[in-house]
Design a protein around this ligand. Structure first.
Ligand code: ZN
Length: 608
């Protein structure tokens, strides 16, 4: 591993040159060509110029209403104005067709469309431009020509500050522009522009680039690349595949609220709060393993219901329990294989994941498939209440672990979740086909186990039957032990959307919190003097009964107030995973294979 200075990826050019090149490209191969101007960081204003090649007189341009997160975010709210002209500079008529679509008339000889868009949302799902850097989820700022979405695209960045560089998995052209075969590929490529640190390494024939934008004392590049090597080796060996030559990790470790990762086919963008990173570096490992595995699951092993992407409305899919949840299962396995997670911690995580599901009454009313369909409601605080919804991440990860155990049992140890993913990779991803949501996963599970797995999917994926954890865990000599814990209880439930503030979703009737005046819908600004953010739930977890909690909150009407009360307590079921009283050699062998994510070696001798 080495920390190299920047040599290959850069772009620093005048708007004028950018335009000349763009016009040449647009004329020569009918590419749609974008120039993104970074002239106004203080106001967070990005100016975009789209060169449309010759074609029909009437063209439509669409700005996605969603991307990355399964939430409609209506990026058009940030568009200040749109205008168009022909190649000779004469103004063309622009008509807004709906809130996210514009029609240009008179574009037969080509057209130049310009618009200004505000970009000041932090995080890997968003677009942010300020005096420190620019990070773009391009779907948030780039409109696409409706009749040429699948055609070639060229992008260049103009008025980039002198000390800034460009990092992106997009193909770099010799003149400082970047190209993509289609709009979908273009917006599957995050862009970081700024004064970041870079480290490159090669592993197993793949070239990996690490981009970090953070305070230099807040992270250890050597430790990060050592971790990434282990994940890359574990993942490519587990899948027996490496469907890329180059892959890019883009990290932000801000001091403020942060959290989350966004998967892409040839890269990932991940954001972790600097303090969380130093206190719990395993958070970074776990997010990275999840996002890296996505390069197969969801980016290549892809449900039919997500294809083609509909940028104008929700893409409803029943498969997120698999595409997200089982990506976490695979992430666990990669960490176990890479020596980044040990059996004890894995079993602790499993027990705590089971507790998270068991404590949500909605597990009996909302299936994993329904939770996937309802992903689009996750921005709403009421939806996130325990009696309304479960998480397809949480239940999906558990289902992945149980499916793994069930397949091992049905196949007498000869197949596992690994074979399911490899089968889907061969039969769908490699053939350019998409699988039919849960049926596709069942098909793969049955193909590798040679057994009927319909019961598993009917009861636990499409259905809401209680999962008999011990029936699954027995095969590896483990059992789930229920206990009773007295837990501190502050008397309210709060949650937040990915980038939103912490909102009070419920206040327990008769609690001290209610008496202090806390109300559902209040926004929590501070907890005991500390700004509420990503690690607030952890913060809340540290309270013990009798502690005083002080909240600074803002009511729905906008008034701020400070509330103070004594934390109470309540009984809660807790879970632990333990060895069975007697663990047989068969169970031990099964467990060893399970923790490596591998099928057991065939017990039979060579076939005669
Ligand atoms: Zn994910």
């Amino acid at each position: 591993m080495k920390h190299s200075t920047l040599t290959e990826v850069w772009a620093r050019r005048s708007l004028f040159l950018c335009l000349l090149v763009s016009m040449a490209v647009a004329r020569s191969n009918a590419a749609t060509s974008y120039t993104i101007s970074l002239a106004n960081p203080e106001q967070h204003l990005v100016e975009v110029q789209i060169m449309l090649p010759e074609g029909k007189s009437q063209r439509e341009l669409q700005l996605p209403v969603w991307n990355a997160l399964y939430q409609v975010r209506d990026f058009a709210q940030y568009v200040n104005w749109v205008r168009a002209k022909d190649r000779a500079g004469r103004a063309l008529a622009v008509r807004e067709l709906d809130k996210s679509r514009w029609q240009i008339t008179g574009a037969e000889g080509g057209a130049v469309v310009e618009y200004q868009i505000f970009a000041d949302s932090p995080g890997p799902f968003a677009a942010q431009f300020n005096s420190h850097h620019a990070f773009f989820n391009l779907a948030q700022i780039l409109m696409y020509p409706v009749d040429a979405r699948s055609g070639p695209m060229v992008v260049c960045f103009s008025q980039v500050p002198d000390t800034w560089h460009v990092a992106t998995p997009l193909t770099a052209l010799p003149d400082g522009e970047f190209s993509a075969e289609s709009y979908d590929r273009l917006v599957d490529s995050p862009v970081e522009i700024g004064d970041f640190k870079q480290s490159d390494f090669d592993e197993g024939g793949g070239h990996y680039r690490v981009i970090v934008d953070a305070e230099s004392g807040d992270y250890d590049m050597d430790a990060i690349t050592a971790m990434l090597r282990k994940i890359a080796v574990a993942a490519t060996s587990w899948m027996n595949d490496r469907p890329f030559d180059r892959y890019m990790f883009i990290y932000h470790f801000p001091r403020g609220p942060a959290g989350g990762g966004m998967e892409h086919s040839y890269s990932t963008a991940i954001s972790v709060n600097a303090e969380v990173l130093s206190r719990a570096p395993e958070v970074l490992t776990s997010v990275t393993a999840h996002e890296f595995f996505h390069l197969w699951n969801v980016k290549r092993i892809r449900p039919q219901t997500l294809e083609p992407v509909d940028y104008t409305r929700e893409n409803y899919t029943r498969a997120l329990w698999f595409s997200e949840g089982c990506t976490s299962t695979a992430g666990d396995i990669l960490q176990l294989r890479g020596g980044l997670l040990d059996e004890g911690h894995f079993e602790q995580q499993l027990a705590s994941g089971i507790g998270e599901l068991e404590r949500r009454p909605a597990r009996l009313t909302q299936s994993a498939e329904e939770s996937s369909l309802d992903a689009w409601l996750e921005g709403d605080a009421y939806y996130r209440r325990p009696e309304r919804s479960i998480s397809y991440y949480n239940k999906g990860e558990l289902l992945g672990i149980m499916l793994d155990l069930a397949i091992r049992e049905a196949s007498h140890g000869q197949a596992s979740l690994r074979e399911v993913f490899q089968w889907m990779n061969q039969n769908y991803a490699k053939k350019g086909r998409f699988f039919s949501d849960s049926d596709g996963v069942r098909e793969a599970s049955e193909a590798v186990s040679h057994a009927d797995m319909g019961w598993f999917f009917a009861k636990y994926v499409a259905g809401t039957e209680e999962i008999p954890w011990n029936d699954f865990l027995r095969s590896v000599g483990l059992r789930l032990e229920e206990g009773r814990n007295t837990r501190a209880d502050a008397g309210f439930v709060a949650s937040r959307n990915f980038d939103g503030p912490m909102a009070v979703a419920a206040v327990t009737a008769g609690s001290e919190a209610e008496r202090a005046g806390l109300q559902t819908g209040d926004t929590i600004l501070e907890i005991n003097g500390k700004a509420a953010g990503q690690d607030s739930s952890e913060e809340m977890g540290r309270f013990t009964a009798g502690d005083t909690i002080t909240l600074r909150v803002r009511s729905r009407r906008g008034a701020e107030r400070e509330l103070k009360w004594k934390v109470g307590s309540r009984e809660e079921i807790s879970y632990e995973i333990k060895d069975l009283g007697t663990v047989t050699p068969e169970q031990r062998a099964r467990r060893a294979a399970w923790l490596k994510g591998e099928a057991q070696i065939s017990q039979e001798t060579h076939p005669r």
